[in-house]
Design a protein around this ligand. Structure first.
Ligand code: UTP
Length: 223
């Protein structure tokens, strides 16, 4: 299988979780035995802190995004160094880099790509480009809920959902630097015509990624 693993900065890097980064290095080792893998890492709180600084300096949105991309790439680089020789030599900055890396039989690791999007969209774009079978996103909640579970006690977790139905449970539809929601709307637009499945799991338990990759029921599956 071709898998795109999208690791939320909200999981790995908010605050930076060294134990979790090490556990994810083992998870990708396991996944690599039977699959081709691209890992997309986000910038987390640090990216948002820099967005805030850039805002206070009156920098425009594009500059705020560019700075956040740099932060996500630092985390990507850190992860790549940790996984060692199963990964490529450098982080991937383009889809061509991803392709070359997969041809060498290595894991491609990337952060952000360009302003105006989030790493969810990067994951969706790269998944389309390499014709991935599945995207697994490890995030800071158990899956997609009917409403924001942090604000609403009566929010219900959905086990499965169609891309068409997903926007109705999302809060935001327009890009803003540092935006956080369970899945980015642009990513949904890219994926909505199939055939790539998106599975959203709680990333604080790295084993959830392996469970999802084995096709067992976990988190929320969007198709
Ligand atoms: P993400 O929101 O994708 O990172 O990028 P994250 O921390 O993994 O997100 P979650 O909350 O855990 O899901 C952080 C910011 O970086 C900029 C955007 O401003 C985005 O909000 N970014 C990221 C880009 O502009 N382009 C990219 O390709 C990626």
């Amino acid at each position: 299988m071709r898998i795109v693993l999208r690791l939320g900065g909200s999981v790995l890097a908010s605050p930076i979780n060294i134990d979790l980064i090490s556990k994810y290095a083992k998870v990708v080792q396991t996944l690599k035995q039977k699959n081709e893998l691209v890992v997309v890492v986000g910038g987390g709180n640090l990216a948002r802190e820099f967005i805030d600084i850039a805002k206070k300096l009156c920098l425009e949105e594009k500059d705020q995004d560019e700075i956040a991309i740099s932060i996500s790439r630092v985390f990507a680089q850190l992860f790549l160094k940790k996984i060692g020789s199963i990964g490529d030599i450098e982080i991937a900055l383009t889809f061509e880099d991803v392709n070359n890396c997969l041809k060498k039989g290595k894991i491609a690791v990337m952060g952000g790509l360009r302003p105006g999007i989030t790493t969810d969209t990067v994951a969706a774009l790269v998944a389309k480009y390499i014709q991935a079978n599945i995207i697994i996103k490890g995030t800071n909640q158990d899956g997609v809920y009917t409403k924001d579970p942090k604000k609403h006690k009566d929010a219900i977790k959905l086990d499965t959902l169609s891309y068409a139905d997903l926007p109705s449970v999302l809060q935001e539809n327009k890009h803003k630097a540092g935006i956080h929601q369970i899945v980015d709307s642009e990513a949904i637009r890219i994926l909505k015509n199939g055939p790539i499945r998106l599975i959203i799991v709680n990333g604080f338990n790295p084993n959830n990624i392996l469970v999802a990759a084995q096709g067992e029921k976990i988190g929320t599956e969007i198709s």
